[in-house]
Write a protein that binds this ligand. Structure first.
Ligand code: ADE
Ligand code: ZN
Length: 320
């Protein structure tokens, strides 16, 4: 099996409907859904915001350190079966602290599962604190401070949630600070927003990787810049179809992105909400007419775009 790094994965997006109901019962949380089937029937969306509303509603069931550890461990176990050897996982800390779950509860639970991941699942891992761009930069600063205060090791910072109408520039100082603290930087852009959103996270935030970035294809100068600088784009083809960022899988720009020489890799984004983990995403990609050689390129790109030490990248590239 080809080795893949999964670089665009929201931990909260791995909360499967059965786990939603198990945790709701354990933590005595009342859900607005009748039962698991009712929830499963709601897993289709007209747009990004409709999905986000459901995603933020379901995390109400996550309350204890053990909940976060179980959620993380379940993802790592499933990802390993899909061929993932490296996972750089986003956590939406602000979505938990806003409902009264303290940062140390969230991050200690996640970190506990990540610490066991290599031994238990053969998956090395890192944690990316993902700021919510529909909230203020001040809120993000408070989240960053509270995360640092836990002492839990962070790999990087990211930016996600609603895109159009929520500029990235206000987060520039915080990104500078995270970089000065030795952290990596990534940001969502070009999922529902146009190429200008991608330019913004490159110019204002200095993001090392762009999460999604599919709408960059509308701007030839941007495509040339991304190709020349080998800026990694963590593309999520199944997510893009389910959230109508593209009209259909057959119209997905992934083949064109590969042809343009972009440093693209593929990822599952929110697998519990979009119908599958990385193996499902790879099956969809093969159905797009992507050749076996191109799938090998996607594997290599994912390892190269990861924030693993160079020696570890070389070891994994030799396997693939
Ligand atoms: N948070 C979780 N999934 C997301 C997505 N696809 N885009 C933006 N924010 C998200
Ligand atoms: Zn995402």
């Amino acid at each position: 099996m080809l080795p893949f790094a999964e670089l665009h994965l929201h931990l909260e997006g791995t909360l499967e409907p059965d786990m939603v109901f198990d945790l709701a019962e354990r933590n005595r949380v009342r859900l607005p859904w009748r039962d698991e089937d009712d929830l499963r029937g709601r897993l289709s969306y007209r747009c990004l915001q409709e999905f986000l509303d459901l995603y933020y509603a379901n995390i109400a069931v996550l309350r204890t350190e053990a909940d976060f550890a179980e959620l993380t461990d379940a993802y790592l176990a499933r990802a390993a079966r899909a061929g993932v050897v490296r996972a750089e996982i986003f956590c939406d800390l602000q979505a938990h602290t806003a409902r009264g779950v303290p940062a140390p509860v969230v991050l200690a639970g996640v970190a506990d599962a990540l610490a066991r991941s290599e031994a238990d699942h053969g998956v090395s891992s890192g944690l990316i604190l993902s700021f919510l761009r529909h909230l203020s930069a001040e809120d993000a600063v408070a989240a960053y401070d509270s995360a640092l205060a836990t002492g839990v090791e962070l790999l990087g910072v990211g930016l996600c949630s609603s895109e159009v109408g929520f500029p990235a520039a206000p987060f520039a100082d915080l990104y500078d600070r995270a970089r000065a603290d030795g952290l990596h930087t990534v940001a969502h852009a070009g999922e529902e927003g146009g190429p200008e959103y991608v330019w913004e996270v490159l110019r204002e935030l200095g993001a090392e990787r762009v999460d999604h970035g599919i709408n960059a294809m509308a701007d030839p100068a941007l495509v040339a810049h991304l190709a020349e600088h080998r800026v990694p784009l963590t593309v999520c083809p199944v997510s893009n179809v389910v959230l109508h960022a593209v009209p259909s899988l057959s119209e997905h720009p992934l083949p064109a992105m590969l042809d343009a020489g972009l440093a693209v890799c593929v990822n599952s984004d929110d697998p519990a909400y979009f119908g599958g983990y990385l193996d499902t995403v790879l099956s969809a990609v093969r159905g797009l007419g992507v050749t076996p050689e191109q799938v090998a390129t996607l594997s290599r790109n994912s390892i190269e775009a990861s924030f693993l030490p160079e020696a570890e990248k070389r070891r994994l590239l030799a396997v693939g």
